[in-house]
Design a protein around this ligand. Structure first.
Ligand SMILES: [Zn+2]
Length: 482
């Protein structure tokens, strides 16, 4: 064959792989035998052939990975990966094994001391992407991060083994996923800080990165919150004592979330469902301040700096509106009508504690008025109700009446449909539900450190930024397109 002469003409150099001839010969022989057995078995399907090929191909892949990675390690200059200075007291041949996609590989690395940073380094680990791991290759780091952000650890361990053949015991998988999550948190922090210091122009979504003039647009921001169940690290192992004292060893904490998108990105599907093509998502257990920092940076990425008009939709929490007025002015503010209805239901139940049908009948016309932006009429109705009430029920209704009065200017839903705007924060709510699908499984407890790390991975994934965490992933990979 004509290609053979070309192969022969390639000079032998350090970049050739010595394992090939031997590994490929063994592979061919074993695979041929395996496939023949499968061909003779009338009850075996193509699945058996796939299984056989995958199983037999692991060893040559592992062998060539080991050799190639060793070459990369050998090529790495002995300089400090942090400050770039030449390392001193360099010694060679420090072996370490790593779990890879194709099985365990062992790499011999050089180690050296950096006088400036005052610590030892293995420069090859940094070049190979092995510096921040408990012993997993970048591909396995990614598997751990992805699987654990989608599934409970025990299931994730089984799914990874079945799909890839990689065996990661639960404890290893859990540790590795958290480590990758913490790495994601650090990266998020760096990117958000860069944004807040005015240096994040390359973080803008591609359509806004042109530098030229952009058509005027509306940026929509939706906020919501939900609860997560955590077990406090302080109380580990004290479950029984706590129970005897009548305390439950669990705590519910707020998780704050926000999404932002340009209104032009909100389209209707053939089935009449609204769909947001490009959006930024933020979700954090780190409290109000963490949400503020992250959501502001995310809104900047999606055009807060260029938007002609900003619309914020949320529930009635006072801190949200204070912050919006401070940071997003002059944004239009809108209260999510579903949240408002919850408040009206509180009144309905105060009026008709045991009569669900009567409560529903009372609320129906008010709901219509609310959605028709007739907040004044709704408040007037509550004022009428207040005249008839005394005591605790009166206090309850008064609270809700004040809530509506305080938010009156946020209850304007005029022209929402005509402008193609979302009336409420339904998109945010459904995003929260999707996170809850992972973080609200029965019997699951989280710790603050653990849930923030795993939640951060999920957010990188959703935002199409997986390749920032795992540079071997193609940069154009975006799960929202699937
Ligand atoms: Zn250094």
């Amino acid at each position: 064959m004509s290609t053979n002469c070309c192969v022969k003409s390639v000079p032998q150099s350090d970049s050739s792989f010595k394992v090939f001839p031997q590994a490929l010969a063994v592979w061919q022989e074993r695979l041929t035998a395996g496939l023949h057995r499968s061909l003779q078995a009338s009850d075996q399907t193509m699945g058996h052939l796939e299984e056989e090929i995958q199983r037999q191909s692991r060893e040559p892949q592992r062998a060539v990975l080991e050799e190639a990675a060793q070459q990369k390690a050998d090529q790495t200059p002995p300089v400090c990966p942090v400050c770039g200075r030449r390392l001193s007291r360099v010694s060679h041949g420090h072996e370490r094994s790593y779990q890879t996609r194709f099985g365990a590989v062992t790499i011999r690395r050089a180690r050296g001391w950096c006088w400036r940073c005052q610590r030892w380094f293995f420069p090859a680990d940094h070049r190979l992407g092995l510096a921040e791991t408990g012993g997993c290759s970048p591909s396995v780091q990614e598997m751990a991060a992805l699987a654990v952000s989608k599934l409970p650890v025990a299931e994730a361990s089984a799914v990874i083994e079945r799909l890839t053949g990689v065996k990661l015991p639960r404890a290893t998988l859990d540790r590795e996923a958290r480590r990758q999550g913490q790495r994601a948190e650090a990266q998020r922090q760096r990117r958000d800080e860069q944004m807040s210091q005015g240096g994040g122009s390359d973080q803008l979504v591609p359509e806004l990165r042109t530098g030229g003039a952009v058509e005027p647009f509306t940026l929509v921001i939706e906020l919501d919150a939900w609860n997560i169940r955590e077990r406090n690290a302080r109380d580990w192992g004290q479950t029984e004592q706590l129970r005897q004292r009548g305390q439950a060893p669990e705590w519910w904490h707020w998780v704050y979330g926000g999404i932002c998108f340009r209104l032009s990105q909100r389209v209707e599907t053939a089935g009449g469902r609204s769909l947001i093509l490009s959006r930024g998502t933020v979700m954090t257990r780190g409290g109000v301040d963490a949400l503020k920092q992250q959501l502001w940076a995310e809104a900047m990425r999606h055009g807060l700096g260029q938007a002609q008009d900003v619309l914020v939709i949320a529930d009635g929490a006072v801190w949200i509106w204070n912050w919006v007025a401070d940071r997003f002015a002059p944004a239009r503010q809108r209260l999510d009508p579903w949240h408002v209805l919850q408040h009206l239901w509180t009144v309905a139940h105060a009026l008709y504690p045991e009569e669900e049908a009567a409560a529903a009948a009372w609320i129906a016309p008010l709901k219509e008025k609310l959605l028709a932006s007739e907040a004044v009429a709704v408040i007037a109705e509550l004022d009428e109700v207040l005249k008839r009430l005394r005591g605790a029920r009166r206090a309850a209704v008064q609270t809700e009446r004040n809530y509506l009065a305080n938010n009156q200017e946020r209850l304007d839903y005029h022209g929402v449909k005509e402008r193609g705007e979302p009336g409420g924060s339904g998109a945010m709510e459904s995003t929260c539900k999707q996170y809850q699908g992972r973080f609200h499984r029965s019997g699951q407890f989280w710790t603050q450190a653990g849930d923030e790390a795993i939640m951060c991975l999920e957010t990188f994934w959703r935002n199409g930024r997986w390749s920032l965490l795992f540079p071997h992933v193609p940069a154009d990979f975006d799960p929202s397109r699937n």
